[in-house]
Design a protein around this ligand. Structure first.
Ligand code: CMC
Length: 392
């Protein structure tokens, strides 16, 4: 037996080397390939950030055009995959549908499952980035009992997604450019976040040589949990449960009570111990969207604003360095756009797909990568002999 380091929650274990994303939790800094997230959110857009994450540099105009056209050519999902949707109960959570449908893609796209072939890896990457909005929008349409809306490839990524979610046949649907910009920002701000739980899951799955669709399905499953991507849904449901600002102190007291498992959802982060730089931009975006939509009397938003204020003034949250994270504000925007809470985490999954794929590609192109195989600290029984059932 060797000597192992015991590090529950991997708080101080680096599982890989990477050149994609850098986070300085103390400074509240997030860089993709060196570029600060606030500059990317302000000046760039999601597909350009996808290119940056995938290929390492900002594209030239010609490279971006080519990339966008390649993504656009792959937005349709195989028609037969609609049977998969129909196999789910109507009230299935869209994340449950996404785990199933994305995993099933490996049964449809055989020509992009050979991980040793760089060309197939590239096609799988483009396919997943392109199809994820269609897959998520269809999970939503199925959930609410409406017909699927096919992608329209003359639209940009965010507008196409909004249209597939909100258009209904026989009615005109114009995408509001303000909402499209806000949607694009949500995608951009969630695009990658180095070795978080779902990305580590994708890398671990891929370390065994599993096909890319199976690996991304594993990432989606991990993202679903309320401590990770599921926090945006949990946060908005918490705001609804609080209901009115006068009940906030009761919930803050519960969050501080050691004997109560309740936590303020949308607060705290494993790495950011100062502030979440994504939350800063998202807060600004939330203010803009609410302003432009003329929403200032929504009770949930009033609770959110007041909760943010009271928690930030409370010494418990200050001492433990618990600040609102990206999911606190993204939920507010998605609610204002008209998405049900069950769609919040699927939207996170759409955004994060490029991060998972970039990390997967990086891992697969490293000839020295090994199967991930953590050890354990065994605390069970020592060796003992089997006892026949009549003697127990
Ligand atoms: N409300 C109340 N107390 C909290 C909270 C919270 N949201 N978050 C952490 N704490 C306390 C926790 O009880 C612990 O106290 P003590 O030291 O007295 O035992 C201390 O702060 C440290 O917490 P931890 O669980 O050891 O910290 P962690 O780094 O393992 O967890 C976290 C990070 C994000 C899972 C956690 O802060 C949390 O559960 N937050 C709520 C869920 C959430 O918003 N998640 C989204 C994260 S951002 C998007 C994403 O990554 O997907």
């Amino acid at each position: 037996a060797g000597v192992f380091t015991y590090d529950p929650g991997f708080t101080s274990t680096a599982s890989c080397d990477s050149t994609i994303t850098y986070i300085d939790g103390e400074k509240g800094e997030l860089l993709h390939r060196g570029y600060p997230i606030d500059q990317l959110a302000e000046k760039s857009h999601y597909l350009e950030v996808c290119y940056l994450l995938l290929y390492g540099d900002l594209p030239t105009a010609a490279e971006l055009e080519d990339f966008e056209s390649r993504v656009t050519k792959h937005t349709m999902v195989h028609e037969q995959m609609q049977y998969f949707y129909r196999g789910f109960r109507r009230d299935a959570h869209p994340m449950a549908i996404m785990v199933g449908v994305v995993g099933a893609m490996s049964a449809f796209y055989h020509d992009s499952t050979d991980i040793n072939d760089p060309w197939q890896r590239e096609v799988a990457s483009i396919r997943m980035i392109a199809k994820m909005p269609t897959i998520a929008a269809w999970a939503y349409k199925y959930h609410i009992g409406q017909p699927f809306v096919y992608p329209r490839n003359d639209l940009d990524y965010a507008s196409n997604f909004l249209r597939m979610c909100f258009a209904v046949p026989a009615e005109d649907y114009e995408v509001n450019p303000i909402l499209a910009r806000a949607m694009d920002r949500i995608f951009t701000l969630h695009a990658d976040h180095e070795q978080n739980a779902s990305t580590s899951t994708v890398r671990l799955a891929s370390s065994s040589g599993a096909n890319p669709f199976a690996c991304i399905a594993a990432g989606i499953a991990c993202l679903w949990g309320p401590a990770h991507g599921g926090a945006n849904q949990a946060c908005l449901e918490m705001l609804k449960e609080i209901g009115t600002p006068d009940r906030i102190p009761e919930f803050i007291a519960r969050a501080k009570d050691k004997n109560d498992p309740f936590r303020l959802m949308g607060f705290g982060h494993r790495v950011y111990k100062n502030f979440d730089p994504r939350a800063k931009v998202m807060k600004q975006s939330a203010d803009e969207v609410l302003d432009l939509l003329g929403i200032d009397d929504n009770p949930i938003l009033q609770v959110a604003k007041e909760l943010e204020k009271q928690a930030l003034e409370d010494p418990y949250f200050a001492e433990k360095k618990l600040f609102p994270n990206v999911d606190f504000y993204s939920g507010i925007i998605l609610e204002a756009m008209g998405f049900p809470t069950s769609m919040f985490t699927p939207i996170f999954a759409v955004s994060r797909t490029v991060g998972w794929i970039s990390q997967w590609k990086e891992q697969q192109s490293d000839p020295a990568h090994k199967i991930g195989r953590p050890r354990q600290l065994y605390l069970g029984a020592t060796r003992r002999d089997y006892v026949d059932i009549e003697n127990r």
